[in-house]
Design a protein around this ligand. Structure first.
Ligand code: PHE
Length: 447
C-alpha cells in the first residue's frame, strides 16, 4: 500500500479544519439561533458547551482519526472495534441529512450575491427574502449550489478551494469586524447589545430544556463534530502534532467567527425592527439575510460592492464546509466499493438535491430538518463517539493524545476522565432534552 499522505504543515491542517468548521453554522445559524433562543442566555450556554464539551469531543475525533489513519467509517475496523463502525455510519447519515438543507441556504447566499450586484433587494430587503427563500427560485439555486459542491468533490478543484480557504478565514474576520463596527455606530444598538451580551440567568433556568439542546448542538455543528469530518481530517495528521494545541486553536477561531457574526446580525436586526423579530417576521432563518441586506441597501453603490464581497466570502465558507460534508461519504464509497468518484459524488448530490427540495420549497420543512438534526442526530452521533473514545478505546486514546503534545500523562488522563464522565453526561442530557423537546412539539409541516 502506498504511503498515506499527511498534511505538509501544521498550518495546513489547522486551516483545513477551520475551513470545514467555519461556515453557515457560524455566520447564518449561530446568529439566528441566538435571536430565536433567548439571546445572551443562548450565547452563554453555547460558549460553555464549545469549551467544556466541544473541545474534549473534537480531541476524541482527532484521536480516532490519527490513530486509524483511515476514513471515518473504516477507522473503527482498523482500531479493531468493527462493531463501532456504527459511529462512522451515524456520522455519515447525520452529515447527509444536514447537507440537504445546508445546500438550500447555500443557494440563498448565491442568490444574494447576484442580488447585491444588481441591487435587487435594495428597495425591500425583508420582502425580498420572503420571495427568494421558497419556491422554484430557491429550488433552482439549491440545485446550483449542490451541483457545484458535487462537481468540486467529483473533479477535485480542491486546489483552488484550498487557496480560497486560506484567504477566506482572514477575509471573513475583516468583513465581520467592519460590519460590526458599522453596526455599532447606528442608533438604537444599546438594546441589541443588552439582548446579545447580558444574560438573564433566570431565563436560562426557565428555558433550559430548549436552550441546551440547541446551544450544545450548535457548538457541535459549528465545530463539524459528529459527522466524520474531523476524524477524516485528523487521519492525515502526523504524530508530531499536538492534538491539544491544534484543537484549542480551532475551537477558539471557530467560536470567534460565530460571536462576531452575532455582533453584526443582532444589532442590525434591532436597528431595523426595534426588537428581535419572530421567525415569521424574519427573525428566524432569514435573520442574516434580512439584516445584512438592509445595511447594504442603505449604502447605495458602495453597498452593492460590499454586498458582493460579503456574500462572495460567505459562499466560499459555505462551499468549503459543504465539500467536506460530501467528501466524507464519497471518500468512503470510492475507497470501499471502488465506484468512480464523479459517479459517486453526483449520485449523492442528486439524492440530496431531491431531499432538499422540500426545504427549498417551504422553510417550514427546513426548520423541521434542522430541529431533527439538532435535537436528535447530532447529539446522538457525538454521544456514540464519546462513549467509544472514553469507555471502549480509553487507554489507547490516552496514548495517542500524548504523542507530540509535550503534555504528560496527568493531563491526558484528565482529558480521558472528562470524556468518560461529565462530557458523556452533558451530551446525554442534551440528547434527552432534544428528544423531549421534539416529542412535545414535533412540528412536522402540514400534518
Ligand atoms: N461546521 C460547518 C459550519 O459551521 C458545517 C460542517 C459540519 C461542515 C460538519 C463539515 C462537517 O457551517
Amino acid at each position: 500500500m502506498a504511503e498515506r499522505e499527511t498534511w505538509a504543515s501544521r498550518l495546513g491542517f489547522i486551516l483545513a479544519a477551520v475551513g470545514s468548521a467555519v461556515g453557515l453554522g457560524n455566520i447564518w445559524q449561530f446568529p439566528f439561533k441566538t435571536a430565536t433562543e433567548g439571546g445572551a442566555a443562548f450565547v452563554v450556554v453555547y460558549l460553555v458547551a464549545a469549551l467544556l464539551l466541544g473541545l474534549p469531543a473534537i480531541l476524541g475525533e482527532f484521536v480516532i482519526g490519527r490513530r486509524a489513519n483511515l476514513n471515518a467509517v473504516e477507522a473503527f475496523d482498523r482500531l479493531d472495534h468493527p462493531a463501532w463502525t456504527i459511529v462512522g455510519a451515524m456520522g455519515l447519515l447525520t452529515g447527509l441529512w444536514i447537507l440537504s438543507y445546508y445546500s438550500v441556504v447555500g443557494g440563498w447566499v448565491t442568490r444574494y450575491l447576484l442580488g447585491s450586484a444588481t441591487g435587487a433587494y435594495f428597495a425591500a430587503p425583508a420582502a425580498y427574502f420572503g420571495r427568494v427563500s421558497m419556491g422554484w427560485e430557491a429550488v433552482a439555486f439549491h440545485g446550483a449550489f449542490m451541483a457545484a459542491t458535487a462537481g468540486i468533490v467529483a473533479f477535485g478543484i480542491e486546489d483552488g478551494i484550498e487557496k480560497a480557504t486560506k484567504l477566506m478565514v482572514p477575509s471573513i474576520l475583516v468583513m465581520l469586524v467592519g460590519l460590526a463596527v458599522y453596526a455599532s455606530t447606528l442608533n438604537g444598538v444599546g438594546a441589541a447589545y443588552e439582548f446579545y451580551l447580558s444574560p438573564d440567568f433566570g431565563f436560562i433556568a426557565d428555558n433550559i430544556g430548549s436552550i441546551v439542546p440547541y446551544a450544545v448542538s450548535q457548538a457541535f455543528f459549528s465545530l463539524s463534530l459528529g459527522m466524520g469530518a474531523m476524524i477524516t481530517y485528523a487521519s492525515y495528521l502526523g504524530d508530531d502534532d499536538s492534538l491539544f494545541a491544534d484543537g484549542g486553536l480551532i475551537v477558539v477561531l471557530n467560536t470567534s467567527v460565530g460571536l462576531l457574526a452575532g455582533l453584526v446580525v443582532i444589532p442590525l436586526l434591532f436597528v431595523q425592527f426595534g426588537t428581535v423579530p419572530d421567525a415569521a417576521a424574519g427573525g428566524g432563518a432569514g435573520a442574516l439575510f434580512i439584516s445584512v441586506a438592509q445595511a447594504f441597501a442603505t449604502l447605495g453603490v458602495a453597498g452593492r460592492v460590499l454586498g458582493v464581497l460579503f456574500f462572495g466570502v460567505v459562499l466560499v465558507a459555505a462551499l468549503s464546509s459543504a465539500i467536506s460534508l460530501l467528501e466524507v461519504v464519497t471518500a468512503y464509497v470510492v475507497d470501499n466499493y471502488g465506484y468512480s468518484r464523479p459517479a459517486t459524488a453526483f449520485s449523492f448530490g442528486g439524492v440530496l438535491f431531491a431531499l432538499g427540495t422540500l426545504s427549498a420549497w417551504n422553510t417550514a420543512w427546513l426548520d423541521w430538518f434542522d430541529s431533527l438534526a439538532y435535537g436528535v442526530l447530532l447529539p446522538l452521533s457525538v454521544l456514540l463517539g464519546v462513549v467509544f473514545v472514553g469507555w471502549v478505546y480509553g487507554p489507547a486514546a490516552v496514548d495517542e493524545i500524548k504523542k507530540g503534545s509535550g503534555t504528560g500523562t496527568t493531563f491526558a488522563t484528565a482529558w480521558l476522565w472528562s470524556v468518560r464522565t461529565y462530557v458523556l453526561i452533558g451530551v446525554f442530557v442534551t440528547l434527552y432534552l432534544g428528544v423531549t423537546d421534539i416529542y412535545a412539539a414535533p412540528a412536522i409541516p402540514f400534518v
